[in-house]
Design a protein around this ligand. Sequence first.
Ligand code: FEO
Length: 402
Amino acid sequence: MSGVYKPIKISDHVYWVGAIDWYIRDFHGYTTKRGSTYNAYLILGDKITLVDAVKAPFKNELLSRITNLVDPREIDYVISNHSEMDHSGCLAELIREIQPEKVFASQMGAKTLREHFSIEEELIPLKDGERLSLGNLNLSFMETRMLHWPDSMFTYLHEDKFLFSQDAFGMHLASGERFDDEVPSAILDYEAATYYANILLPYSPLILKLLDKVAASGLDIRIIAPDHGPVWRKDLGKILDSYKRWAEQNPTNKAVVVFHTMWHSTELMARAIEEGLLAEGACVKVMSMDSFHRSDVAYEVLDAGALIAGSSTLNNNMLPAMADVLTYLKGLKPRNLLGAAFGSYGWSGEAPGQIQEILAGMQVQTVEEPIKSKYVPDGELLQRCSVLGATIAQKLQEELRP
Ligand code: FEO
């Protein structure tokens, strides 16, 4: 195996041996504009241990980085913190090739990996809180169910105060830099929030419990090493605080107006709603599905207090791009939102009602019946839209008052 790809030293005993995917732009519906990394880590202890692997096509990049440190067949233990294929896609082949002494995963992980890959080798399940000795080093494990799959767990390396956190605290960001302090903070903030909004948002109640569990564990954590994006070594408090804020989903003064329009009538309504929101002091983001991707909308909804959605009616339905984004948002389960529906139509006008129904299914508190405009909205109808915006802005302010 050629060693053209180099490992990066992360701590006294840990090297990054992952892969950089500069080109990926779609992660099951989430647009990854800056690519991603699949982070894997090699612990050079008495028992040489690989923590997580990479997506199947990147196996040789992983092996190449490892080869610069040890012969991959010298790896004693493999630990899989998360069974999703971006971290385990090459695992079955890798295990066959390097023949480690033992392979570990959480109890659910051992089951999931077998179901995915028909791995014949023994997979040793680890319990929540279990410890494992690598001879001179010690690991502990913590179950983190649904962060991001039922099988997920954290691994903690006591001697390096090092938390391997798989998807948690990660981001889709391809870069040659491996640490948080080497990447501009605006990029870290944006990509970490986008990742949370598009991947982890549905599990926010569990994430709040997990943050408490980590705090109560008393573990002294100096490095957080996720399976995507940079390793956190400088400002761990910042990402932990962000996770708490995102998971709490407290109301804010921000409204997202998302719409799709055929001949600009629904767009005129959206802009009138925007004006009403602004007049009453709300922070507004207006997003036409012509110009934004569904994952951009998810990013904006993450810290919003209102979601106002509109569509023209086409063949008795909302426009397909609106069905797309609303289906996506519904699955992400944003909470604590006010909302409303609107849209123009020619003769049947079902779309606003359909949108209102979806918003209700998302537990969005709608403030009034959908506003509909037959053909092009006149001044009176646009005024109604503006009043709707103002009403929502006032309600957001009321929610924020102590
Ligand atoms: Fe990065 Fe849930 O996989």
